[in-house]
Write a protein that binds this ligand. Sequence first.
Ligand SMILES: [Zn+2]
Length: 265
Amino acid sequence: MVDLINIEIQFFIVFLFGLVFGSFATAVAYRVPLDIGWVSGRSKCPSCEHSLGLLDLFPVLSWLLLRGKCRYCKASFGVGYPAAELLLAVMFVLVYWQFSFSLLSAILMFLALLIVIMTIIDFEHYIIPNMLNLLMFLVGGLYCVIIDTEGLHFVLGPIVGLSIGYSLRTLMWVWKGKEGLGMGDVKFLAVVGMFLPLEIFPTFFFLSGMLGIAIALLWKAMGKGERFPFGPALGMAMFVCVTFPAVHYKWQGFVASVTLNIIGV
Ligand SMILES: [Zn+2]
């Protein structure tokens, strides 16, 4: 049935779905750290607590039309909201492009939703809630079953992820004398171990390192200090590796040569 719809229209519909779920993601990301239920009650302006209607919550467009301000109290909402909505829409389109109309797509879109929620929360509060890590871990289990991963991976993947995370955390403590990698990031690496085959780990760490540097520079430019959230870099790198496994095989040689250059061999 889906095949009957023009491919451009399919992508457009997926994009719209991404925007709507992106709007949902911003609402959840606002509620979770405050311990308000995930979906309970209507959305309110965080500043004046006025209930927000459909016209205020329309993804991206509302933000543009209201110039990023609350219709009632004129409090600023920040560019983060529409940016998160657009980000999820793009991620949805990328998943659909790779895996079309399938169960795998549905799972990866759900993962994308959780990664965007994690990104917003980490950007605003410098934490990755345990609940979110656990949920992503379970989605990872489902993903392994769908793509028929061998049984050993269910144990080995997360253990290797956790061990690398914990070692990095310890190394940074010793090296810098302060926390470089939060426990939330360490636990997220168990999620990464669930989704990625071990051979893709080097590519994953290379990508997250590059993204991490980009976030650190952005944080400096915005005058937010030395401490920056690393979860978004880890999440996006994992998303790229899961959605485009070919990236790994194309970049393998490139990553190897850059790494050798850096360590001066
Ligand atoms: Zn308001």
